[in-house]
Design a protein around this ligand. Structure first.
Ligand code: 5GP
Ligand code: ZN
Length: 112
C-alpha cells in the first residue's frame, strides 16, 4: 500500500521519531505549526478515526496514554497542549493513515 505513514512505520522513509512501542509511533510533523508538533499513529493502517473499528478501541486508548508520556518528555504537560485528528475534506485531512496531532509549546487559539 502506498501510504506515507506506513512507510514511516516500516522505516522506508525517515522521520524524527520520539517514541515507539509495539503498537504506535510518535514523530515530529515535517511542517510544524507550533514549537511542539508531533504526530502519533497506530502501526496498523487505519484510514481515519471514522474508520476505526470496535476492535481498535484498545489501540486508540493505548495511543493516548503514550501521548501523556510524550507530553511529559516534551515539557508541555503543565502549560497544556491540543490533540487533534482530522477527517475528510472539511476536516482538512491530507494523509489517510490515522494520526493524532500533539500541538503545544505556545498559546493556541481555537481557530488555528
Ligand atoms: P492532516 O492534514 O492529514 O491532518 O495532517 C497530516 C500532517 O502530516 C501534516 O501536518 C503534514 O505536515 C504531515 N506530514 C505530511 N507528510 C509528512 C512526512 O512525510 N513526514 C512527516 N514527518 N510529516 C508529514
Ligand atoms: Zn498507512
Amino acid at each position: 500500500m502506498d501510504c506515507i505513514f506506513c512507510k514511516i512505520v516500516n522505516n522506508e522513509i525517515p522521520a524524527k521519531k520520539v517514541y515507539e512501542d509495539e503498537h504506535t509511533v510518535v514523530f515530529h510533523d515535517i511542517n510544524p505549526i507550533a514549537p511542539v508538533h508531533l504526530l502519533a499513529i497506530p502501526k496498523k493502517h487505519i484510514a481515519s478515526i471514522y474508520d476505526a473499528q470496535p476492535e481498535d478501541k484498545e489501540l486508540i486508548g493505548h495511543i493516548h496514554i503514550a501521548l501523556q508520556k510524550v507530553a511529559d518528555e516534551m515539557g508541555i504537560s503543565e502549560s497544556g497542549f491540543r490533540i487533534v485528528t482530522n477527517k475528510g475534506e472539511h476536516g482538512q485531512q491530507t494523509v489517510f493513515h490515522l494520526h493524532f496531532h500533539l500541538i503545544g509549546g505556545r498559546q493556541l487559539r481555537w481557530d488555528m
